[in-house]
Design a protein around this ligand. Structure first.
Ligand code: ATP
Ligand code: MG
Length: 414
């Protein structure tokens, strides 16, 4: 039997309900702050991600679904949506609109990763991007909006980690300083850290080794090396989050690998999740639009994984199906009348279904009960129907043309 490809899943009606609610919350929360929905194509020119995510990243190195379109052009299923949104911003001349342009999305992403709980090859992301403002208020607002979305979707036991990366130049200087520091302490470091000093000095901060940890307590921190403008920007972001009552941990080891990231970075995790604890994160990417051949344009944003949000969320009771009217048949030959009555009922604003499976009358009533129908109309002979109130059990005969007015009248009285 053919199965869904590894790392993908079906969204069945039962789980569609919870997603619909999450989407409605995002629409409400982000809409109230002036973010408007955008939808970009499922695939883009490979070049967009090579530049916009970065050649050196894991995503571009090994996680992209890339294919030839048959005409010699290389296309890629979007692994993320920030670069596509920036492409759309430039392509549609949105820099001429009032800035910042605030956009949000809910779309699927594709990454060729080893599938496990919370990690899929096709997954969905909520995201918000504010393009064209360097104000620290933009960063703080984005962080608060994601916190509110996680709260609204009942994501449990969340934590926020926050840091600032300064500018690429500050980071390059800092990297040199940290590398030199590690080399002077080589003999006290764990072997795996020592081996990677020049490749990835930041890794030393995450080491579980006691000797390494002791060394790292005195290591220089990027946050202490920020340029005064960047430090002040970060101070304002922090003050605004404090005012908003949002708790965070300062984490100077928080990195977002890419060169064009600047200033604020943050990540929400949930202790409900195991190894894949990252629910959503983002930060400021003042260098990205320029990298895509646009004018220098400050920007900030985040993306959050829908599946991880729902894995970490309180479960909702399944929403009952709403059926106002089930149209049943006393005899086969009433089917045209039944079909028409169901159509009319829907036009009148009722949720109506009709018998489609050739059940006996007893079977039809049992089915109507199972789907929670409020009323059943049994089509009989000569334009007569038996209208049954499934709640009280009361039933009476009436004209087929009177079924809908009677239901509407009864519902108005309730
Ligand atoms: P991870 O640490 O899991 O590798 P990431 O740093 O690759 O995450 P981002 O690129 O920042 O993640 O994407 C934002 C969010 O998208 C993540 O916080 C996570 O919730 C979700 N996400 C990322 N990759 C996957 C995946 N393969 N399957 C499901 N959700 C994912
Ligand atoms: Mg990843």
């Amino acid at each position: 039997m053919i199965q869904a490809p590894r790392g993908t899943f079906d969204i069945l009606p039962e789980s569609a309900q919870q997603r619909k609610l999450a989407e409605a919350e995002a629409d409400r929360i982000l809409g109230a702050a002036g973010y408007r929905r955008i939808e970009t194509p499922t695939f883009e020119a490979t070049e967009l991600f090579a530049r916009g995510v970065g050649e050196a990243t894991d995503i571009v190195q090994k996680e992209m679904y890339t294919f030839d379109d048959g005409g010699g052009r290389s296309l890629t299923l979007r692994p993320e949506i920030t670069a596509p949104v920036c492409r759309a911003y430039l392509e549609h001349g949105m820099h001429k609109l009032a800035q910042p342009v605030k956009l949000w999305y809910l779309s699927s992403c594709f990454r060729a990763e080893a599938p496990q709980r919370g990690r899929y090859r096709q997954f969905w992301q909520f995201g918000a991007e504010a393009i064209g403002s360097e104000a620290p208020e933009t960063d703080a607002e984005l962080i608060v909006l994601l916190a509110e979305l996680l709260e609204a979707v009942s994501v449990k036991r969340t934590r926020l980690r926050l840091s600032s990366l300064g500018t690429p130049a500050t980071r390059a200087d800092y990297r040199e300083e940290l590398t030199a520091f590690l080399h002077t302490h080589e003999s006290e470091l764990a072997e795996d850290v020592r081996d990677r000093i020049d490749l990835n000095p930041m890794r030393a901060f995450d080491s579980g080794d006691a000797g390494t940890q002791a060394v790292m307590r005195d290591a220089p921190k990027l946050l202490d090396r920020l340029h005064p403008d960047d430090a002040e920007h970060f101070e304002v972001v922090r003050a605004l989050l404090d005012d908003a009552g949002l708790r965070y941990e300062l984490d100077p080891t928080l990195v977002r690998g890419l060169d064009y990231y600047t200033r604020t970075v943050f990540e929400f995790t949930s202790d409900e999740l195991g190894a894949q604890s990252g629910v959503g994160g983002g930060g400021r990417y003042d260098g990205l639009i320029e990298l895509l051949d646009g004018p220098p344009t400050p920007a900030s944003g985040w993306a959050a994984g829908v599946e991880r949000m729902l894995l970490a969320a309180r479960e909702l009771p399944p929403a009952p199906e709403l059926v106002d009217l089930f149209v049943a048949l006393a005899k086969r030959d009433g089917s045209r009348t039944a079909f028409e009555l169901a159509l009319e009922a829907r036009r009148a604003g009722l949720q109506a279904q009709l018998e489609l499976a050739g059940r006996s009358l007893k079977g039809q009533l049992k089915h109507a009960d199972r789907i929670g129908a409020r009323y059943v109309a049994i089509i009989g002979d000569n334009g007569v129907a038996t209208l049954k109130d499934m709640e009280s059990g009361e039933q009476h005969d009436t004209g087929v043309q009177d079924v809908i007015p009677e239901i509407l009248r009864a519902e108005r009285m309730r």
